[in-house]
Design a protein around this ligand. Sequence first.
Ligand SMILES: [Zn+2]
Length: 445
Amino acid sequence: MKRVALYIRVSHEEQAMKGYSLQAQENRLRQYANEHHYQIVDYYRDEGVTARSCPGRRKEFARMLRDIKAGHIDCILFIKLDRWFRNVSDYYTYQALLDQHNVIWETTEEEYNTHTAQGRLYLNIKLSIAQNESDTTSERIHFVFADKIKRREVISGKLPIGYSIANKHIIQNAQAPIIRDIFQYYLNTHSIHKTMHYLANIHNIHRSYPAISKLLRNERYIGTFYGIKNYTTGIIDKQTFETVQQLLKNASSKTISSPLSCANNIISPLMASATAPLHPPSNITNTTENRHENNNTYAKYTIPCKYLFKGLLRCPHCNHKLVGLTRHYKGTHYIYYQCPQSHHKALTCPNKTLYKESLIEKNLLTLLPTLLPKAVTPLTLIATNSQELKPSNFPMHFYWYCHQQYPNWVRANQYQYWHWWVEEVTLPTTLLITHENIKLKHHTI
Ligand SMILES: [Zn+2]
């Protein structure tokens, strides 16, 4: 029985214009597969993806390629060729890959025969027409946007606090003075944390720490929209904004050992020196002697990016997701997680515990490898490279190997390897996390 993958793609414009809905395509493909007694392997639906976006941006397409390489698919089914590609060169690039894995494709609504010269000519013509159609749409959209930009009109997307739309233009609203006030407040206090509380207490606007950090860096507040300076009148004057950026930069270079971004930090040292052994700085290998001091060093030097378990930890009282918090004391940075519900004005949760990140990290990085499926655990890798590994470095090596093995996951969302396996961790009140606290996702391998 022929094993078929049903490939469905629809862009936003098409969905609106031609009624090429996902559902309609899916129904037609299913019907066709049943009529021909094909075995459906899976549905791959790329929604809101235009033919112009490169194949790399089609998530489901990528998933299907993985299944093709794994040998699960004999044939790909789509309704028309333009669902597949609208670009001659992309078509041939991926056709080579299909040939390599003995995978063919079929369309339900059109007929192609690639075994004859005549048939191939017809295919090329169809692809060229599709490409031309797609280029024209692209030009049309580009033209519409260019025109809007010329008139300084709002294009799309949500506006940040302080701005509204009036008569197609971006204008400052009644909240603009609040923005000026909090920029000034940050200038006076140099503290995002204090600014967050100030905004909540004085203006009754509740935002998380990362949101405030982002807000203070938002170029839209000096009038830069869509990458164009002076698109509208800024709420903040340029000098104030620059000073704030400098302060934020200084603060973050103190917090993280290197100013590079999270993903770069993790990947580049691995890529750059494949031959160099992955040894952590020598001052952290001694994990038993001075626990307290060691924990600080641990958090400061070995973790290239903060909050490794962001989004996974939950409050034992109210089950709300915990948020990160950094405190500075005498030149050291202490990283914690806390329940946001207990720090807001409303005080809906009594749990005021500050969970030390270094402790949680150590705990989870030791526990997780024992829970994850053996087949994909980097533990196996660790065993084969045993001469360069010491048990005391174990959590770090686990962490590194995760990223070496799965760099794309990190790049995608700055998510960590275990986000793929772990659903959530409900923290115990004692800080000693056990298997019972961890809820895993159920994947099939
Ligand atoms: Zn809570």
